[in-house]
Design a protein around this ligand. Structure first.
Ligand SMILES: Cc1ncc(COP(=O)(O)O)c(C=O)c1O
Length: 474
């Protein structure tokens, strides 16, 4: 509707309401009403507005109110005023291209049971203690902590993390070598940028592996080469045949195959890095959850000049916190800073909360309780699988929050995942993590975020999904 000076509906169009209504001054309310009318197309571009005196009369307000409102909208670019001519609308909303009508996809069935990997037990997040840590640091942070953050992370958290990694993971870590980052993915991007600046062009990753890490590495311009994994972890002989000078390895518990890198492979990998003048990027994933013995120390402690160590609280507390660390070889600390000039650290109060959480012993206590809970949940899952799917072979059970369920030859894993999803069970097919096709069919079963009481029903649904989708092969 084009509105001209003769339109008598201004009071309706801009609806100033009752005098004295609302917190805003009359001129602000008039400006807001006109702005909305212009934005939603009721006042079109080119339309003339009434002279200020006329509109003031019509609205029953002072002329000052109208000239103020017009002036505000001229300043914002919605109106144009020219001497001797009417004030006119000078803006129109962008015409959006008509949307192609796409048939609405059917909503996926709700997930009732989650056996997909990737999450810790979110029900067990230590809310009370985390809230206590946040409260404590919000009250106690000195005022300069609230200024510009150190891009490498707050000194207190760097010190606390270095101590934790030395004490708990056998790392060779000094605070100066620790960078606080948003997690393993962020740490990997920073590491890859640094390696590129050091002349590295090719990087190896485990196959199968977590696609997000592969993508993160490739996004920095490195060429990515898959290296197979077997029961002893990364195959170092195969690595040596690639042009890679750096490799990402989850030594403590490979994701998703579940292998723990054997002592022999660890030694060979360090030797490879020395001979190649190369680097190992150790993703200390799942390391805190080892069930049959104490967690194995990080490789970084064997060769701190060759290994970048990456870790986060995504699998121990929650990925929503976005807090992690990167320990770089000390000689590369300046290169790390130079290669990541605009990288920022996570919010300072969150960093200080994590430092408090660790310093007060709450992180260790949480990990001890989580380890107990996950061990008994893993046992329950394995027992239930043994009863309901006695032929199934299960691997990767020694650590972490997932196991590998090998499927009989001929099973269509993808169909099984689909059938399970239709019944409300979320599963993940190993093939989704591979870069190189393989005949081995398996599912990756995560037990981090499923309640113990849900496991029997989830395994029943799994067995049903598999029985409907196995062919007649032996
Ligand atoms: C192999 C692997 N490494 C590391 C992580 C943690 O990544 P971030 O710290 O970026 O959340 C995950 C999370 O699922 C993972 O699967």
């Amino acid at each position: 509707m084009a509105v001209s000076q003769t339109n008598s509906a201004w009071a309706t169009l801009v609806d100033l309401g009752e005098p004295g209504r609302g917190r805003h001054r009359l001129n602000d309310r008039l400006a807001a009403g006109l702005r909305t009318a212009i934005r939603d197309g009721r006042l079109v571009e080119g339309a003339a507005l009434p002279p200020s005196r006329a509109l003031a009369e019509e609205l029953g307000c002072s002329r000052w109110v109208v000239t103020e409102a017009y002036g505000q909208l001229v300043a914002e670019g919605y109106l144009a005023a020219r001497v001797g001519s009417a004030t006119r609308v000078s803006w129109s909303p962008e015409a959006l291209p008509p949307r192609p009508s796409t048939p609405r996809a059917a909503a996926p069935p709700p997930v009732r049971y989650d056996l997909a990997p990737g999450l810790p037990d979110l029900r067990a997040f230590p809310r009370r203690r985390w809230a206590e840590a946040v409260r404590a640091v919000t009250g106690s942070a000195v005022h300069y902590d609230l200024g510009l953050p150190d891009p490498a992370g707050h000194a207190r958290l760097r010190t606390t993390v270095a101590q934790y990694l030395r004490r708990s993971r056998g790392a060779d870590a000094q605070p100066a070598a620790v960078t606080v980052c948003a997690g393993v993915t962020d740490g990997l991007v920073r590491t890859c940028r640094t390696l590129r600046a050091e002349g590295v062009t090719d990087l190896a990753v485990e196959d199968p592996g977590w696609g997000r890490l592969r993508d993160a590495a490739a996004s920095t311009g490195l060429r990515v080469h898959p290296v197979p994994v077997d029961a002893d972890g990364l195959r170092v002989d195969d690595l040596a045949r690639t042009p890679a000078r750096a490799v990402v390895v989850a030594a403590a518990h490979q994701f998703p195959a579940g292998a723990v890198l054997s002592p022999d492979r660890r030694a060979r990998l360090v030797r490879w890095a020395r001979e190649k003048d190369g680097f190992v990027i150790e993703d200390d994933y799942d390391a805190e959850f080892r069930y049959d013995r104490h967690p194995v120390a990080v490789m970084q402690g064997m060769a701190p000049g060759r290994v970048f160590l990456l870790g986060s609280v995504s699998k121990t507390l929650s990925p929503a916190l976005g807090l992690g660390w990167l320990v770089a070889p000390p000689a590369l600390a300046p290169a790390l800073r130079a290669a990541n000039p605009v990288a920022t650290a996570p919010p300072v109060l969150d960093q200080l909360a994590l430092a408090t959480f660790i310093e007060r012993g709450w992180y260790d206590a949480h990990l001890r309780a989580a380890r107990r809970r996950f061990r008994s949940r893993r046992d329950l899952l394995l027992d239930t699988l043994a009863t309901r799917l006695p032929q199934a072979r299960v691997d990767g059970t020694a650590a972490g929050l997932h196991v590998l369920l090998h499927l009989p030859p001929g099973t269509d894993a993808r169909e099984a995942v689909r059938a399970a999803a239709a019944a409300g069970l979320r599963l993940t097919d190993l093939d989704g993590y591979r870069m190189t096709p393989s005949a081995d069919r398996a599912l990756v079963l995560g037990y981090g975020n499923i309640a113990d009481t849900e496991i029997p029903r989830a395994v029943d649904l799994l067995a049903e999904a598999l029985s409907g989708h196995a062919d007649a092969a032996p």
